[in-house]
Design a protein around this ligand. Structure first.
Ligand code: NAD
Length: 250
């Protein structure tokens, strides 16, 4: 069985940068038509143009995934543009405030929960409605190693990513009978703009947490997401897959 997603239609949130961009480009390389969304219009349009130059359809929609109305509109746009929605990767996310739990600001908490957790619920709600009408579909949610373990100074991020895994499992149980598969992936620390603000010594500390001795690459996460999105993973649902250079094995 070939792991093809050729001719399918895919939606990637946060597709303008980093991991989401790598996923969108790999989907396109494998022959899927890809709609990417982001709040970064310039970069988002550039990725969509790159996809269109690869012999498949690329389309960009500006959508803030923290707003349920924009998530609904995004899914409507995907089904209007492409006729159906076969694959959705809910990837958009932020790093958020770095602070201990007692000192974490209320605004910081609400923001990270909204962008990293509520957004996944909002997107899934409307993606699932479209997939139910079709009778099939695949969803991959972007969690993190910090969806499986804690780390100091990121209570909001850790809570949101743990919840994304629980939400993934629950929806997978609800929609398995309808042929919709839903999984989550958990990257270790990946070299993307999300980490660019970190000073070099802190990056070195992160490297030391990965037994493979380096940070991950966005393309390495994309390969796992592609596999989960394809029929090669036809018996896989409700699971959480780390792609973490051994981080969780320590
Ligand atoms: P990134 O900053 O390179 O890309 C994130 C993209 O999301 C950006 O294009 C940004 O504009 C977009 N975005 C941010 N807020 C948005 C919003 N409200 N609506 C729509 N789009 C929005 O970061 P990345 O490292 O590629 O992160 C992608 C995902 O991977 C995130 O969910 C992140 O939590 C997760 N992740 C990253 C790492 C890592 O080390 N980089 C590790 C584990 C998990």
């Amino acid at each position: 069985m070939e792991p093809t997603i050729a001719g399918k239609t895919a939606l990637v949130t946060g597709g303008a940068s980093g991991i989401g961009k790598a996923i969108a480009l790999l989907y396109a390389q494998e022959g899927a038509n890809v709609l990417i969304s982001d709040i970064d219009v310039e970069q988002g349009q550039a990725v969509a143009e790159q996809i269109s130059s690869m012999g498949v359809k690329g389309h960009f929609v500006r959508a803030d995934v923290g707003d349920p109305a924009q998530c609904e509109q995004l899914v409507t746009e995907a089904t209007t543009q492409f006729g159906r929605l076969d694959i959705a990767c809910n990837n958009a996310g932020i790093g958020g405030e770095l602070n201990t739990t007692a000192d974490y600001s209320l605004e910081g908490w609400q923001k990270i929960i909204n962008i990293n957790l509520n957004s996944v619920f909002y997107c899934m709600k409307y993606e699932l409605q479209a997939m139910q009408r079709q009778g099939n579909g695949v969803i991959v949610n972007m969690a993190s190693i910090l969806g499986a373990v804690g780390t100091p100074n990121s209570p909001g991020y850790v809570a949101a990513k743990h919840a994304v895994i629980g939400l993934t499992q629950t929806a997978a149980l609800e929609y398995a009978p309808q042929g919709i598969r839903i999984n989550a992936v958990g990257p270790g620390y990946i070299e993307t703009p999300l980490l660019s603000a970190l000073p070099d010594d802190q990056k070195q500390m992160l490297v030391a947490l990965h037994p493979l001795g380096r940070l991950g690459r966005a393309g390495e996460v994309a390969e796992l997401v592609l596999w989960l999105s394809s029929d090669k993973a036809s018996f896989v649902t409700g699971s959480y897959y780390p792609v973490d250079g051994g981080y969780l094995a320590r």
